[in-house]
Design a protein. Sequence first.
Length: 140
Amino acid sequence: MDPSTRPGPNTKTACRPLPSDTPAAFRKIFPQFFTAYYFADRVSLMSSLYQHRYDSVDHSRLGAMPLVVLSPETTFEYSTPAEARVSQSYEKVWIAMHEALAHLSSRGVHRFIKGSGHEIHLDKPQAVIDAVDEVLRQLH
């Protein structure tokens, strides 16, 4: 069954309202991202990526290439205890993947950006600019 046609929770309470200028095509597919099936698929995918992809990678593969991986320091607010349990498990996997990514380079660093959520480039754009500048300085 196509994920967009599977029954799911009421999306009106699952997320913030979309901006009024959101394209109709995106409005149509948006609800599929807030179903139990979607999140189960995401957890399965991330789990397999973490367990298989990074375990078999030569961790010096990137050599001494400058690398800065950014993660949000703040976590999401949860509306139910069940949502908190799922999201906290998801966050642990996500952070572990960021840490593994940073370790692919001998010069890789993993930073948590205080006051940021998932969209660091919107929440704390200066942190992203600083990370890019740091990588560029290391290249010269």
